[in-house]
Design a protein around this ligand. Sequence first.
Ligand code: GLC
Length: 543
Amino acid sequence: MEHQSNWWHEAIFYEIYLRSFQDSNGDGIGDLRGLIDRLDYLQDLGVDALWVCPFYESPHVDFGYDISNHTAVDPRYGTLADFQELVREADRRNLKIIVDIILNHTSDEHPLFIESRRSRNSPKRDWYIWQDPKPDGSPPNNWEGFERSCWTYDEETQQYYYHFHYIQQPDLNWRNPKVIEEMFAVCDFWLNQGVAGLRLDAINYLVEDPELRDNPIVEELPEYLRNIFQFNQLPVHTINHPDNHPLLQQMRQHIKTNHPQDPLLIGEIWVPTTQDIREFYGQEDNELQLPFNFLLSTVPSLSAVAFREKIQDFEENLAGLPTTVVLSNHDFPRSTTRYGTPDNSDRIAKLLATFLLTLRGIPFIYYGEELGMVDTPPDRLDEVQDPRGRLRWPEYKGRDGCRTPMQWNEQTNAGFTEGTPWYKIAPDYLHRNVAVQGQDPDSILNYYKQLIQLRRDRPPLRQGTLTLIGKDEQVLAYTRQTDEEQLLILLNMSPQSQSFSLPEFADRPGQILLSTHPEKDSATVGENLPLMPFEGAIALLQH
Ligand code: GLC
């Protein structure tokens, strides 16, 4: 399969949390065949590339992010032949496949770790990070991660091993060249299956401080980490060590050399600033083509002022670089849950859709976002599936809430499975589902389709520059423009109607192309523009 090297510049991505997308065999867990059955839906929605979450052999402590065999498909998800069929069938529909690759750690049941753990003299001992206890028997330092301590003691060999994530996810030692070689071979294996790119999991966690210095303790975590972590230290020695960069350069070079189409490398990085994100592109495009930008998702409330500030920062510090637009994923509450209110959830879902698909950048839709799906967290401890939810219950309920099964129709289990779903279905599935919304021209789903079509039809939405307009407290406004065309995007982030005044456009009336409030379609935009509560509108300005 041929992939052009820059196909992704104007693409829309869709994240498939496979476990929750479509079950085909009644075991209650989504699988590859289920996904193949739904490719027509995704083609019809209009997206271009699918990021498929892990489906490799795994004990499933972290639902596949703990791999015990990198090149085998877990029988719960299907077979390698199913995966190959997925790639072929997706290609027939012009959909690219991106696989999720976990290079930072393995499962503790991976043969490499089993061997490493066997003895201090194991030839694989230095493939993981082993350290002696302090003289009093305590862990080598204060590092905390998914669990409390990042260190787990091994009685047999009387050393601690390091794991940023769960105890069952020991970190590989990326300072060992043999590890590098082995993990590059994993990338090659999947790229040789015809995938168009890799989503690199936790890619700024590969190496830690070699001196194992303690992390500094803070009263409160900075904004960018609050979505995903609960510890009270700054992970300066565990995450984002500068030595990650030469490794990523080596990885890009290896992949480019062995796969001349220069497959897309998307990196999961949680970093505080746009300057940090910038670093991951390297010099003259020699690291990742697309480091994730999660900074929008850290804005705590629906606020025109706060979002404007972020966009301003992106425009200043990521100018000229391709960047992602992400409001939701499988690790933190959905945007509808973060910003919506029960009364206005649907209106806010459409407003957020307008935002997601009109900003400068490459949008990532999280499955079900196109229906306005909301989180359904566990009510009781015995419902919790994500171990993180059990560790800190009840103040933190884990990540199950944003991973509820996809809502296909009003039948049993929302059409997700004929068996018992691995986690409960959201109670709103009777009206919030693909079948019902497909019939309703004003549904969130149809609004997404219209927006995606508009993005195809109007080059400024894919290629245009972005200019922020005004400083309104309630309305976020910006233009997207190419030499030929200028679009104005207005997002009323408040529950009140607003009369937005646009003196700079007084002599250039425009026309609304699409609004979250369909009665406004085709309305004329003049100096004063009335906006309905939570309205999002896209207008074409006259030259
Ligand atoms: C990434 C994944 C997350 C997983 C973690 C450990 O952050 O997105 O789901 O738990 O890595 O692999």
